[in-house]
Design a protein around this ligand. Structure first.
Ligand code: MCA
Ligand code: AMP
Length: 507
């Protein structure tokens, strides 16, 4: 690819339909955005960012509610050649302080409601500009950008230039910023366009129901890049509500969700073969899709969910085929260009069907963790494979099954919850001697956290108070759904807490 053409935005823009007056996005509140609106809006925001005279490589950190303007800010950041840093809206001040302190963004965009505390900690960390952007299209960002020109030449980027930093905890310790390049994202989007048989505007067109948050890989990249690089319209839902999804299904062709979304849709009597008759493809990922959900979906709708597997560090890695067998309980086969192997404890590749650690390589694999050269090196093998931390097997016909994780991670409703982070918060609470957080099965979220806490001698701890304290400190979805105070934690001969025993005790 020539250097001038490596900016992801340029490729997305090229795929816009000829008729720029056609609808690109229709929202659940009845707004319509044309392709021209996207082109002009992103140009104005990109020009506004340029007007701030930001140094090359500046990070733009964004914690705002889902809106089409928030999407335009993402596209404008790409277009202007800066680095986008999306942040979950559930993050609270300690979490935001860490990300801002670590990434040192030059610009922070937040909701007006959070401006006071976000700007205080951002300015303290050296951020130059803090703007606001609200769900209802108000805020200082759009007020300022309203004066910018709507003509903008897309910034020239090299394939390996960083486009986005996504924070993830990987295997251990504090959150790490995974640096994804323009080419990581473009190559993955192009592969998925083919692999999932997206139909361009000249083939009848696809219509995607976008119901996911836009601060993680699934909603921001897989869904949005998928629709845009195909020139497809999106029906944009600000938040997931199964009844609203049902309302729009008859006019859509593609839906993407984490397993919880499918579980909640199945709970709706209105989910029928008739309502899904026009649908072409249901895709699931971010967490294991239970075979029961897979089969129930087939029975109720006649559609077979296509499950795929990915990570923040790699975007999409494997997928069940569009035309071939979609095998429930598996995540399908490695995508074209992705090398995937399963190795034993010594790093030797195991025979087909045997279980081991999953390692991957490909143009989609990230450029490393932000300012963590050593951590990055630890996560790669000498021959350049990335250690996913997932445990699984590959069958003789290349289908991959994930059977577990070597990293201590709970995936709850598609969000990652790191026990180590919660344990450190709990251990800091007065009267706590030690704690362990484990994941247990949950009908709605798939898996949820349970905290098991030991009190200091002579201290009486109230489980409810521990959860309340946590709620004040961390994102709501990370707060364990239960807390138990116990006399001691089970340990093995090496003194390591036996989380598997706690898991079976509290399941
Ligand atoms: C909300 N809560 C949760 C979760 N979401 N607790 C655990 N896990 C969650 N995922 C909390 C709420 O704060 C609330 O707490 C209580 O649970 C009930 O909330 P509810 O109203 O049911 O939640 P909701 O607002 O309806 O949200 C559920 C959701 C949402 C729609 C499933 O979690 C969601 O959008 N998940 C998708 C996440 C996602 O996009 N992941 C992709 C990551 P309280 O009662 O105390 O207030 S990208 C990725 O993983 C990789 C790369 C990949 O392969 O895609
Ligand atoms: P994240 O850190 O948010 O990028 O989460 C990536 C992790 O989500 C992967 O390492 C897997 O453990 C998990 N994951 C993603 N898709 C699937 C899937 N289809 N089945 C099981 N686990 C998945």
């Amino acid at each position: 690819m020539s250097e001038a053409s490596a900016n992801l935005y340029a490729h997305l823009r090229q795929a816009f339909p000829d008729d720029l007056n056609a609808t690109a996005i229709e929202t659940d509140s009845g707004q319509f955005y044309t392709w021209r609106d996207l082109e002009r809006g992103t140009a104005m925001l990109a020009n506004f960012l340029h007007s701030l005279d930001l140094p090359a490589g500046s990070r733009i950190a964004v914690q705002v509610e889902k809106s089409v303007e928030a999407l335009m800010l993402y596209l404008a950041t790409l277009r202007a050649g800066f680095v986008f840093l999306p942040l979950n809206t559930a993050y609270q001040s300690a979490e935001i302080a860490y990300f801002i302190g670590n990434a040192e963004p030059v610009v922070v965009v937040c909701s007006a409601q959070n401006f006071s505390w976000v700007s205080t900690l951002a300015f303290k960390a050296g951020t130059r500009w803090v703007f606001t952007l609200n769900e209802d299209r108000t805020g200082s960002l759009l007020e300022r950008a309203a004066h910018a020109s709507d003509q903008h030449v897309v910034a020239v980027k090299k394939p390996d230039d960083v486009a986005v930093i996504i924070y993830t905890s990987g295997t251990t310790g504090r959150s790490k910023g995974a640096m994804l390049t323009h080419d990581n994202m473009l190559s993955n989007a192009l592969v998925l366009k083919d692999f999932w048989g997206w139909r361009g505007p000249d083939q009848g067109g696809d219509v995607l129901i976008h119901a996911l948050p836009i601060f993680h890989v699934h909603g921001l990249f897989v869904a949005i890049h998928g629709a845009l690089i195909n020139g497809s319209k999106m029906i944009w839902l600000t938040r997931f509500d199964p009844k609203v999804v049902l309302l729009h299904l008859p006019r859509a062709t593609v839906f993407m969700g984490v397993p919880t979304l499918y579980v909640r849709l199945l709970a709706e009597p209105g989910l029928t073969k008739e309502v899904t008759r026009h649908m072409r493809l249901f895709i699931s990922g971010s967490a294991p899709l239970l075979l029961d959900t897979f089969k129930a979906w087939q029975d109720r709708t006649g559609h077979t969910i296509l499950e795929r597997y990915g990570m923040s560090e790699t975007i999409m890695l494997t997928s069940n085929p569009y035309s071939g067998e979609r095998r429930g309980g598996t995540v399908g086969v490695p995508l074209p260009g992705v090398s995937l192997r399963v190795v034993d404890g010594q790093g030797r590749e195991v025979a087909p069907g045997e279980i081991g650690d999953i390692q991957v390589k490909g143009p989609n694999v990230f450029a490393g963790y932000w300012r963590m050269t050593e951590k990055t090196a630890e996560e790669f093998t000498v021959d350049g494979f990335f250690k996913t931390g997932d445990v699984g097997r590959v069958d003789t016909d290349a289908y991959v099954t994930i059977v577990g994780r070597s990293k201590d991670l709970i995936i709850s409703g598609g969000y990652n919850v790191y026990p180590a982070e919660l344990e450190s918060f709990i251990n800091d609470l007065p009267g706590v001697a030690e704690s362990a957080v484990v994941g247990v099965p949950h009908a709605d979220f798939g898996e949820v956290g349970v905290a098991v806490v030991v009190a200091r001698p002579g201290v009486q701890l109230e489980p409810g108070n521990i959860l309340t304290e946590l709620k004040a400190r961390v994102a709501n979805y990370k707060v364990p759904k239960q807390c138990h105070v116990v006399a001691d934690l089970p340990r093995n001969a090496m003194g390591k807490v036996q989380k598997n025993l706690l898991r079976s005790q509290f399941s």
